[in-house]
Design a protein around this ligand. Structure first.
Ligand SMILES: [Cu+2]
Length: 188
C-alpha cells in the first residue's frame, strides 16, 4: 500500500476531509468579511449625518470669485488656479460638500494646517457621498480652493468657450452656498 492510499484510508468521512478547510479557510473568511462590512457602515453613517449641522452667523471673503484662463490648449493638458477663501467672521464655517459643475473640472480645499480634501468632481456624476467634506474653516483662517480643469475631458471636439463653477455647501446662515468660477477658450 502506498503512502497516498494509506492517508486516504485514514479519512473516515467526507466531513473529516472538509473540516480543516472549513475551520482554516471558510470560518475566518466570514469573520473577516463581517468585520470589514461593520467597519465600512460605521464610517459612512456619521459622515452622512454630519450634513445636519447647526447653521452659524459668519462671513467670508474671496480674493477672486472668477478666473479667466484665456486660451487653453488641449495639447498642454490640465490647467489649475487657486481662490483664497477667508473666514472673515467670528464663527467656524463647516464645509458640508464640495463639487464642480462638470466632469472636466475637479476641486480641492487646502487648509492652513496643510491638510487637504480629496479632489472632488461633478455633482450627480458618481455617488453624492464622494462630495462630502465634513471639515471646518476656522474663524480668521484662509483656505485655498484649488480648481483643476482638464481640456481633454470632453474629447477632441470639446473646443471653444467654457465656463465652470466650483461650489461649497456650508453651514452659513446667510448664503450657505459659496461659489467660484472660471472660464477658458479651449483650443486644439
Ligand atoms: Cu466639462
Amino acid at each position: 500500500m502506498s503512502y497516498k492510499q494509506n492517508k486516504l484510508n485514514n479519512i473516515s468521512s467526507p466531513w473529516d476531509a472538509l473540516k480543516p478547510i472549513v475551520y482554516v479557510v471558510i470560518v475566518p473568511t466570514i469573520v473577516i468579511f463581517g468585520i470589514i462590512v461593520l467597519t465600512i457602515n460605521k464610517d459612512s453613517k456619521p459622515q452622512a449625518n454630519a450634513v445636519n449641522v447647526e447653521s452659524v452667523d459668519s462671513s467670508y471673503k474671496l480674493d477672486k470669485t472668477h478666473y479667466s484662463f484665456g486660451s487653453v490648449s488641449q495639447k498642454n493638458g490640465n490647467v489649475e488656479t487657486y481662490y483664497n477663501l477667508t473666514n472673515a467672521g467670528a464663527s467656524d464655517i463647516y464645509v458640508k460638500k464640495l463639487y464642480t459643475s462638470c466632469m472636466c473640472t475637479q476641486a480641492q480645499i487646502e487648509f492652513s494646517d496643510g491638510s487637504k480634501t480629496a479632489l472632488n468632481g461633478m455633482l450627480g456624476h458618481g455617488p453624492d457621498s464622494n462630495l462630502l467634506v465634513g471639515k471646518t474653516i476656522k474663524a480668521g483662517e484662509t483656505v485655498k480652493i484649488r480648481a483643476v480643469f482638464d481640456p481633454n475631458a470632453h474629447g477632441p471636439q470639446g473646443i471653444g468657450f467654457i465656463k465652470r463653477n466650483i461650489t461649497l455647501e456650508t453651514n452659513l446662515k446667510v448664503e450657505p452656498i459659496i461659489q467660484v468660477s472660471f472660464d477658458a477658450d479651449v483650443t486644439k
